[in-house]
Design a protein around this ligand. Structure first.
Ligand code: IVH
Length: 785
């Protein structure tokens, strides 16, 4: 058997390789095998081992992507080889002129020159320097000669290898490429920002650039940044033995860099033009912004012969596509009401062609967006269209000082009151209510717009799948006042349908029979069909799996619903509100009377029962000072809430559970309010009535008490294995606060060689001094005494 530390080293290396391979499969080969959950699990596993053996942590470990503390600014770096720009061609004639210039300087005919064609990514150009296979520096382009050192941010990109794969790379290698954000990533980033009321980006390039300029790499780490590499700069003298740019790109791919799948070597200008047309046709489906094609002479020898003019190479050109942003006039803003009553402002525009498509409408998302953009009617606005994404207004180009846009206070369709949504965000383990970004008409089915959308949803495929009842028929039935709720669907008469234009006796019969066939629908489809805000098909299934019957679902308290895996507070409150609304309940009873849905009781779900425990209920009470650990301990002596309440009064808690003074204050305060007590007793009662019992103790995962929690450390001198910054990072990871100077509040001084005045100060104040080795053993649970 190998000695234990060899085994640990092997485990670490195996996990690192597995994680690197997973990234490589995902980003370079684009055939992922490992799920995100599995990736995270292995990363955590590696983190745990590395925490135990910090001496085995290496900077190229996948755990070290977000290592550095926030910077105060970016260091300027000089590019060893300047980062140049490209000349542009705006039409095919200009492309041909480029080819003729190349042909004139070489002995090749225009139709015989091999070109490498690739997308021109619309992102942020960066340079990466690798020394002996390890990422040493990442920088922005800057002015081409000097850029900014953004290594810590670039290290967070999983499409950038921290160590090169394979072999054959030169000791000193520079790779250049473009950092982009995909359309999907961009939409997610902005919709999250809209929800939280934080900064919304105008386009993916701005988002990428803003993210790379964040001083804290933790922020960059949350942004969906990705790198596409397009240039290899061999800075050493090592000959990597290739003669073409396209081969270099192949090498880069092997060393772990993502290179565009669209890259292609084509011979002759006619084929280049063909490539440009084809890529132009695919532009909308690539999933990220490109603004053209870069055409490069493929042979490196020819590139060298051609050289440079001014600040651009003569061996390459950028063929530009039409812009994805154009300006046009904002004629008006209309307000559309959706299924859940959400009111969306839609901009009506003077039609304009954006990247080949005529745009006359754009979304304005919500009221905050109108405020943020400061748009008024008649303004010249900048419209952006990319891929399948709905066209957006990104800003005002020229204000016309016209009429202000006022968000309606009442519903434009039915006149009902408009209400602002509420979201719940967690701050330090506590839920905080925040005004959301959605405004809703409270009219529900009284509102014809909501009624139409609700009916369309009710009959749709994943819902009750009623064939023959399409959008047109629904519009008509609602407009003519034949239908006031989904219940009325079940009493539509065949004669009336047959009398409508476009319908005959046969189609009328079919429609009525498919409506009838939707009775007895499975409960999950039915719950989805109700169109409750936030309840998609999967959520509906999860609720049915957990609670098993409509009679339980319709009375379940939000806290009870939150015991269902993946159901958060917002959805739980939404479902509860839906079933508290009298109008909704009368529709529901009407439907039940018609025999919808299937009257079933599947019983409680196993996972739901497993999640249901005394500590979980205590944690829902959100008592100041009571974390999961204390909730677990309290549950050990108090099997029910009633026991907990009386134990809090009798002092048993302080005696048997050793509840701290601070937590006791929180508990007393919470329990001083009878309505809170009753609310939670009701919740507990409901769980008992539903059939949950918690005789066994299910414990909540405890927040970690870290070995250095509450301690203040100072680091000084040269340490044997770590830099001072690394030591500070290490201490913080274990819960310590690290400060710069020794004071009476200092708990420990971590001291290396050549300590200077800090050590004297520590001696003077009687602060305990520890070595690096002692610190590591303290972190592992030993004590320094
Ligand atoms: S090659 C000598 N290839 O375009 C310049 N550049 O206008 C070699 N760009 O700063 C650059 N996609 O940021 C190259 N496939 C691609 C590119 C690309 C985008 C950017 C790059 C450069 C700018 C020049």
């Amino acid at each position: 058997m190998p000695p234990p530390d060899l085994k640990i080293r092997k485990d670490i290396e195996r996990l690192r390789t597995e994680l690197d391979d997973a990234n490589y499969r995902y980003y370079v080969l684009e055939e992922p095998r490992m799920t995100d959950a599995e990736y995270d699990r292995r990363l955590r596993c590696l983190q745990e081992i590395e925490t135990e053996y910090p001496e085995l942590v290496r900077p190229d470990s996948p755990t070290q992507r977000v290592g550095a503390p926030p910077a105060e600014g970016f260091r300027e770096v000089q590019h060893a080889v300047p980062m140049l720009s490209l000349s542009n061609a705006f039409n095919e004639e200009e492309l041909m002129a480029f080819a003729k210039r190349v042909s004139g300087s070489t002995s090749l005919e225009v139709e015989n020159i091999p070109f490498c064609c690739e997308p021109k990514f619309d992102g942020v150009a960066v340079s990466l320097v690798y020394r002996k296979g390890l990422l040493e520096q990442g920088a922005t382009r800057g002015d081409g000669r000097f850029g900014e050192d953004i290594t810590s941010n670039l290290r967070t990109l999983r499409s950038i290898p921290l160590r090169l794969r394979g072999e054959g790379w030169p000791d000193l290698l520079e790779v250049r490429g473009e950092v982009v954000i995909s359309h999907e990533g961009f939409e997610e980033l902005n919709s999250h920002a809209r929800e939280e009321g934080s900064r919304v980006f105008a386009n993916p390039r701005n988002a990428a650039s803003g993210s790379l300029r964040q001083l804290d790499p933790k922020v960059a780490n949350t942004r969906p940044l990705e790198l596409y590499s397009y240039q290899l700069v061999n800075r050493g003298s090592d000959n990597i033995g290739v003669s073409c740019h396209s081969e270099q790109m192949g090498m880069l791919r092997g060393w772990g860099f993502r290179v565009s799948r669209e890259l292609q070597v084509v011979v002759g200008m006619s084929n280049v033009i063909d490539y440009c047309r084809k890529l132009g046709g695919k532009r909308d489906s690539l999933g990220y912004d490109i603004d053209g094609v870069v055409i490069k002479v493929d042979e490196l020898r020819l590139q060298r012969d051609l050289g440079f003019v001014a600040r651009a190479p003569r061996w390459a050109i950028a063929f530009k596509f039409p812009a994805q942003e154009e300006t046009t006039r904002l004629n008006d803003v209309e307000f559309q009401v959706g299924r859940t009553g959400a009111i969306t402002p839609v901009a009506r525009l003077e039609p304009v062609t954006v990247a080949g498509v005529t745009v006359s409408n754009a979304t304005l998302h919500n009221a905050d967006e109108i405020k943020r953009l400061k748009i008024r009617k008649g303004d010249k606005v900048i419209v952006r269209r990319a891929g399948d994404v709905i066209p957006q207004i990104v800003g005002v180009a020229e204000s016309a000082g016209g009429e202000e846009i006022v968000f309606p206070k009442s519903c434009p369709e039915c006149g009902s009151h408009v209400e602002r949504s509420v979201i719940y965000i967690r701050l330090k383990n506590k839920a905080v209510e925040k005004p959301g970004s959605i405004y809703r008409c409270v009219g529900r089915l009284v509102c014809p717009a909501q009624l139409k959308e609700a009916l369309k949803h009710y009959v749709s495929r994943n819902a009750l799948d009623v064939e023959g009842v399409g959008d047109k028929l629904i519009d008509r039935l609602v407009n003519e006042g034949r239908i006031k709720s989904p219940v009325d669907l079940y009493s539509i008469d065949e004669g009336y349908l047959a009398s409508l234009e476009g319908y005959g006796t046969v189609s009328a019969k079919n429609i009525v029979s498919s409506i009838n066939a939707s009775k007895n629908a499975p409960l999950d489809r039915f719950l989805f069909a109700l169109g409750i805000s936030g309840v998609g098909f999967e959520t509906a299934r999860a609720i049915v799996r957990a609670l098993g019957s409509l009679s339980r679902i319709r009375i379940a308290y939000p806290e009870v619903m939150r015991l269902i895996p993946d159901i958060g507070r917002t959805v739980a409150e939404g479902v509860y509100d839906f079933f508290s609304d009298e109008h909704n309940l009368s529709v529901l009873d009407g439907l039940i009377e018609q025999g919808v849905p299937e009257p079933v009781d599947y019983g409680l779900g196993r996972d739901f029962v497993k999640n249901t425990s005394m500590p979980a209920i205590i944690s829902f009470m959100e008592i100041d000072g009571v974390g999961n650990k204390l909730a677990n301990d309290v549950a050990l002596v108090c099997p029910t809430l009633r026991d907990f309440f009386s134990a809090a009064e009798s002092g048993v808690l302080t005696k048997e559970v050793k509840v701290s003074k601070k937590a006791m204050v929180g508990i007393k305060q919470k329990l001083s309010d009878d309505s809170v007590k009753n609310k939670f007793l009701n919740i507990e009662n409901q769980l008992f009535e539903f059939g949950c019992h918690w005789t066994q103790h299910v414990r909540l995962e405890e927040e970690k008490e870290l070995p250095f929690s509450g301690q203040v450390w100072v680091v000084t001198g040269v340490l044997p294995n770590m830099t001072r910054d690394e030591a500070a990072g290490y201490l913080e990871k274990y819960g310590a606060k690290v400060t710069k100077s020794v004071s009476k509040n200092t708990s420990y001084l971590l001291c290396g060689d050549g300590p200077g005045s800090k050590r004297d100060k520590a001696d003077e104040l009687g602060v305990t001094i520890v070595t690096e080795e002692e610190m590591v053993s303290m972190a592992a649970g030993g004590s320094n005494a």
